[in-house]
Design a protein around this ligand. Structure first.
Ligand code: PRT
Ligand code: ZN
Length: 299
């Protein structure tokens, strides 16, 4: 159903981060789903034409609550933020619909290099600074550690240097921030990635249909981003060995060539094709190897 280029029907509301580390990838994923997001003006609200979806561009911390309270039907948020809100009892009305695989990072406890804290148990009686008090408290409880939690909303990594805490519990990605601050990762509290979350309560049939359509497109877009189309020529005698080397590919197409001893193999690889794989394919006798990006595919 289309009305003047806008898809008709009851519209769903989707919350995404307005600006920050997840904003570009979230909007990029929507674009790969064929949805155009016009963020040209400094607006908090954006109407999508291709599906009945309205975007709410907000701070990531608000997203779990908005979805749990029914202000939004779905949202994209980091697992760290979602888990912290849930751990604090604040997002009971929201559930995970899909793991999206981007914005990967981890919530970790870190301590000063050569500071004498060599394990989780050594945190007993110490102070740990964090913006994730609920997740840290749950972790300490599970590990029977009695440490004091110092709540900080930013610049957590400077707390040990300022002598206001013995360690920190914060987000780590490359680890460069820890190194720059003379800290070392002691343990991972929570691995994190971007999540698509939805309201736990049933939506109207119209809204449910849109959520499922969007989900199918997202799965297809994520799969296409990870997948490659690979074409190569192979000696007939090496087909088994070569197809076994193709990453994440279950049914390659094998075609006769004008030469009796050679075949062409075409396959969709649902995993990254590394240079190492290309080299192994060559060693196994493959030639004329082509690896092509895939624009769209269904899951
Ligand atoms: O304004 P708003 O509240 O929406 O955003 P924000 O400032 O709270 O969050 P933002 O934009 O910084 O991050 C959004 C989400 O991205 C986080 O909730 C995580 O899920 C995810 N993410 C991925 C990260 C990182 N990578 C990351 N590296 N979030 C934060 N960092 C910070 C971290 O806090 C630390 O200061 O980067 C530093 C560590 O990075 P490395 O590479 O030096 O280890
Ligand atoms: Zn935030």
């Amino acid at each position: 159903m289309r009305e003047g280029g806008v898809e008709a029907g009851e519209r769903i509301r989707m919350a995404v981060q307005k600006s920050g580390r997840m904003a570009e990838d979230s909007i990029g994923l929507l674009k790969n789903c064929g949805l155009h997001v016009d963020r040209s003006k400094d607006q908090l609200f954006c109407r999508i034409k291709e599906l009945p979806i309205d975007l709410l561009l907000v701070r990531d911390d608000d997203i779990p609550g908005f979805v749990a309270d029914g202000i939004c039907d779905i949202g994209i948020v980091g697992e760290n933020v979602f888990a912290e809100t849930q751990s604090g009892g604040g997002a009971g009305g929201a559930i995970i619909l899909e793991r999206l695989g981007f914005s990967r990072c981890r919530l970790s406890i870190a301590v000063p290099e050569n500071g004498g804290i060599d394990g989780v148990a050594a945190l007993n009686g110490k102070a740990v600074a964090t913006s994730y008090p609920h997740l840290l408290q749950a972790f300490l409880k599970t590990n029977n550690v009695a440490a004091r939690i110092l709540m900080m909303t930013g610049s957590v990594e400077v707390a040990p240097r300022l002598k206001i805490a013995d360690g920190i519990c914060d987000i780590v990605a490359s680890g460069a921030t820890l190194t720059a601050n003379g800290l070392r990762e002691l343990t991972v509290v929570l691995p994190s990635e971007a999540l698509l979350i939805r309201a736990a309560q049933a939506l109207s049939p119209d809204k449910e249909k849109t959520v499922q359509r969007l989900l199918a497109r997202m799965r297809g877009a994520l799969l296409a981003a990870d997948s490659k189309y690979i074409m190569l020529n192979a000696p007939r005698a090496a087909v088994e060995r070569i197809t076994a080397l193709l990453p994440g590919c279950d049914a390659p197409t094998i075609m006769d060539l004008n030469r009796h001893d050679m075949v062409a193999i075409h396959a969709v690889c649902k995993e990254t094709v590394f240079w190492e794989t290309m080299e192994k394919l060559q060693e196994a006798g493959a030639s004329a190897i082509l690896v092509l990006p895939i624009e769209k595919m269904t899951a």
